[in-house]
Design a protein around this ligand. Structure first.
Ligand SMILES: NC(=O)c1ccc[n+]([C@@H]2O[C@H](COP(=O)([O-])OP(=O)(O)OC[C@H]3O[C@@H](n4cnc5c(N)ncnc54)[C@H](OP(=O)(O)O)[C@@H]3O)[C@@H](O)[C@H]2O)c1
Length: 331
């Protein structure tokens, strides 16, 4: 076990509560404070989750000298300003996905992390969960031969709530950045360099994209078939097809799940993983390991990988016509 690290939580919302539940599983993590735009919400959240300190502004949280690392858990449009705020106060940052609204914002964030010499990582938790890591090992060890086709979806039927995060373009709502990011991530992880991008989106009443389908061509000829929707349920599976078999990350593939390996000429194998928690602890473990080792970025989910992901998301948005108000895109 590494050194103890003191965490601050920025934004007292849904994912913050889930994340800190898993953080409590880690003996080297100390949950110290929460910051909210409202002192009342901060106090209520702190009381509900046993957090010692509550701040009624994000600035006050960032200024607490007792915090080593801040988890940014605000809606998408908050990731850029809130990460900069914390880096400027000398904090390490684990920032929810997508890392930013666009690549320009991301480059500023990385530049600031370098300038301040502080750890910075996009909280792409799937990269660190045991089932996903096992699937990577299977594919990389040649269990399905050469990768030929990647199929991945993320669909769920979200209740229509024009004021909620998902449907509000002013805070970066929409299916692609919220959930479509995962299938795109899957294509990046299992396919080679991406040389061709096609995409089309469906839009809701207030202009946010409610679904997006994407076709990617990779340099070695493999193809990715990806889609997301927040107006219908879906399989939420990822299947990697190879020249000698297939491997499937089963339903809710982006979370800790099971895997089915289906070689063409050998019996199938089913892998299960029995671990406590929801799976958010693994990204926190990685962040603290990097802090222990004095690293500014993770080798598993590096700045370059986040850059590739946000660059692709920018490209898909351009092709599919997914836009945000200028203040959301601003750097
Ligand atoms: N990794 C995952 O599995 C996962 C799952 C869900 C969401 N996420 C990501 O986590 C982030 C937050 O999602 P969430 O579901 O937790 O969202 P949420 O509950 O709607 O909002 C999170 C918090 O952000 C703060 N906030 C700051 N500015 C806001 C604004 N203008 N409007 C609304 N809230 C604002 C609010 O906290 P205060 O009022 O206390 O300041 C709010 O409670 C998103 O980027 C999302 O993509 C990740």
């Amino acid at each position: 076990m590494g050194m103890k690290h003191t965490w601050g939580i920025l934004g007292a919302g849904g994912i913050a509560a889930k994340f800190l539940g898993d953080l409590k599983l880690l003996p080297n993590a100390r949950l110290h404070a929460v910051g909210s735009r409202s002192a009342e919400r901060a106090a209520a959240f702190a009381a509900a989750h046993g957090i010692p300190k509550a701040y009624g502004s994000y600035e006050a949280l960032a200024a607490d000298p007792g915090i080593d690392i801040v988890y940014i858990a605000t809606p998408h449009a908050g990731h850029y300003p809130h990460s900069l705020l914390c880096l400027d106060h000398g904090k390490a940052v684990l920032c929810e996905k997508p890392v930013a609204i666009n690549r320009r914002q991301f480059e500023r964030m990385v530049a600031r992390a370098k300038e301040k010499k502080r750890f910075f990582m996009e909280a792409l938790w799937t990269r660190f969960v045991p089932s996903f890591i096992k699937c990577k090992h299977l594919v990389e060890s040649g269990a399905i031969g050469e990768v030929r086709l990647i199929e991945s979806d993320f669909c769920f039927n979200a209740p229509v709530n024009p004021d909620g995060r998902l449907y509000n373009p002013r805070i970066g709502g929409g299916a692609l950045l919220d959930i479509g990011l995962y299938p795109v991530f899957c294509a990046l992880e299992f396919g080679g360099e991406i040389v061709d991008v096609k995409a089309t989106a469906a839009f809701g009443r207030n202009g946010v994209d409610t679904a997006c389908s994407m076709l990617l061509g990779h340099a070695n000829g493999e193809l990715s078939v990806l889609f997301c929707s927040m107006t219908t349920e879906g399989r939420v599976e990822s299947v990697i097809h190879g020249s000698r078999g297939m491997v499937r990350l089963n339903r809710k593939w982006h979370t800790p799940t099971s895997i089915d390996l289906m070689p063409d000429h050998a019996p199938p194998q089913h892998f299960t993983f029995d671990e406590p928690g929801r799976g958010y602890q693994y990204e926190a473990v990685e962040a603290m390991k990097c802090l222990d080792e004095g690293k500014l970025e993770s080798a598993l989910w590096s700045w370059e990988r986040s850059r590739q992901l946000i660059t692709l998301l920018d490209q898909i948005r351009e092709i599919a016509g997914i836009t945000y108000p200028p203040e959301v895109e601003a750097v």
